[in-house]
Design a protein around this ligand. Structure first.
Ligand SMILES: [Zn+2]
Length: 59
């Protein structure tokens, strides 16, 4: 997925790396690192673990 530097529209990557709408430069819309997603996944795992413990480890 590419984002246009000029108009900000998303489009599929093409050979010339040019925006099909305005001809602007396409930028990679997805950052190379997924650190933000990883962080949320970690929190989600912790959340599910806590929920799991509540349901099955009633003591
Ligand atoms: Zn554009």
């Amino acid at each position: 997925m590419q984002k246009c530097e000029e108009c900000g529209k998303y489009s599929l990557r093409n050979e010339k790396a040019k925006c099909p709408y305005c001809g602007g430069t396409q930028l990679n819309a997805i950052p190379p690192k997924f650190s933000l997603i990883d962080k949320y996944q970690k929190y989600r795992l912790i959340y599910f673990k806590e929920e799991f413990d509540k349901k099955f480890n009633k003591s």
